[in-house]
Design a protein. Structure first.
Length: 368
């Protein structure tokens, strides 16, 4: 029996230990998306061929992986926080400094790649509406006039930014529930996770047409992924993520793959596998490097698309592999620069702001 004991050993560690592989996993997810877009930028859609379709499936799993890990860690933060302002500030400073920087970079570089004259380009209302559309997530797939017409997807200035809308919606939903006291108890989180999955199942089964059809349909996919991650955190003392559990979840996902809830069942399998891998202990120098890698995942994710469009415009004969080999190191470097020059200073500013609130609160308590 001892030979098979590992099958039933819980692999779910504690986030408090900060000894996990989640940052490295997010970097891998971002690079998976990058490779998928190295196919998309020169070839466009629909995907054709076994390899392209397989890559697209892997990319979709990576996108859901982002939401699963986000749901797991955001729930950990929201359940323990006593101040909703701290939660909101952390979320704002996580998303918007990098997003604003990425939009400004695009706004500065893309005029050199337009087929319009500079007078036509800068006099276009589309040009000046662009930053507001992307930063406000009103139209995250918006483009700039006449840019990158050699690519079938050049009409979108920064395609990956479309998922940020749903990340923000997830943050907002959790924040509202936390504000009114309905997200602090693990049973409540499990309830909201179940309700979200029911919503996803209903939309997948019966469809939806009406106002905000695209947003509702996509929310029915990413919402359950986020809340499945939340469920695994809230239920971590009741649900043991073991290799046997992961295997059973995989079998269930395979059995349900033709059903409307097939993708949701796949997310349960992915969540269990990703969380087990995220807490897996890797020894030696490699493990230390994995656990302490600089978090350049966000920068890779939001900057690789402009890098790919520019590379393909300058060298239109590039195939997918060549484009990916240019995009990957350039995006990693750009992500590191963004991390050092934008994200870290923004987070430091956030940390300076928060203690001031705590000092004021302490002063009020002392006076009282």
């Amino acid at each position: 029996m001892s030979k098979f004991a590992f099958l039933f050993r819980d692999g779910l560690g504690r986030l408090e230990d900060k000894s996990n592989n989640f940052t490295a996993m997010r970097i891998v997810f971002a690079l998976m998306v990058l490779y998928g877009h190295a196919i998309l930028i020169p070839l466009g859609k629909p995907y054709t061929g076994t390899w392209s379709l397989t890559v697209d499936f892997v990319v979709q799993c990576a996108l859901d992986g982002f939401f699963i890990l986000s749901g797991y860690m955001i729930t950990a933060s929201a359940m323990k926080t006593k101040e909703i302002s701290r939660y909101a500030t952390a979320r704002i400073f996580r998303i918007f400094p990098g997003l604003i920087a990425a939009v400004l970079i695009v706004f500065a570089v893309y005029p050199f790649f337009t087929s319009l004259s500079q007078a036509e380009y800068w006099s276009s209302a589309e040009t000046w509406a662009f930053p507001l559309k992307l930063i406000g997530q009103v139209d995250p797939l918006a483009g700039l006039p006449g840019t990158f017409e050699n690519s079938p997807v050049g009409h979108s200035a920064n395609g990956p930014l479309w998922t940020i809308r749903y990340e923000l919606m997830a943050y907002l939903g959790v924040g509202i529930l936390a504000l009114i006291g309905l997200y602090s108890d693990r049973r409540l989180v499990v309830f909201w996770a179940a309700l979200t999955c029911v919503f996803g199942a209903l939309v997948a089964t019966f469809g939806y047409s009406g106002i905000g059809e695209g947003t509702i349909t996509t929310l029915a996919r990413f919402g359950p992924a986020f809340m499945i991650g939340a469920f695994f955190f809230a239920a971590r003392e009741m649900v043991r993520i073991t290799p046997a559990f992961i295997a059973l979840a995989g079998v269930a996902a395979l059995a349900a793959h033709e059903l409307a809830i097939g993708w949701m069942m796949l997310d349960i399998f992915l969540a269990s596998a990703f969380l087990w891998l995220g807490h897996a202990h890797i020894g030696g120098r490699i493990g230390h490097a994995v656990r302490n890698v600089e978090d350049v995942s966000y920068g890779i994710y939001i900057l690789h698309w402009p890098i790919g469009l520019v590379a393909f415009a300058l060298m239109p004969g590039l195939n997918t592999t060549q484009l990916a080999l240019i995009m990957a190191p350039a995006a990693i470097l750009a992500g590191w620069v963004l991390r050092e020059t934008v994200e870290k200073p923004a987070l430091a500013w956030k940390d300076r702001l928060q203690p001031r609130r705590e000092v004021r609160a302490a002063a009020v308590r002392d006076v009282a």
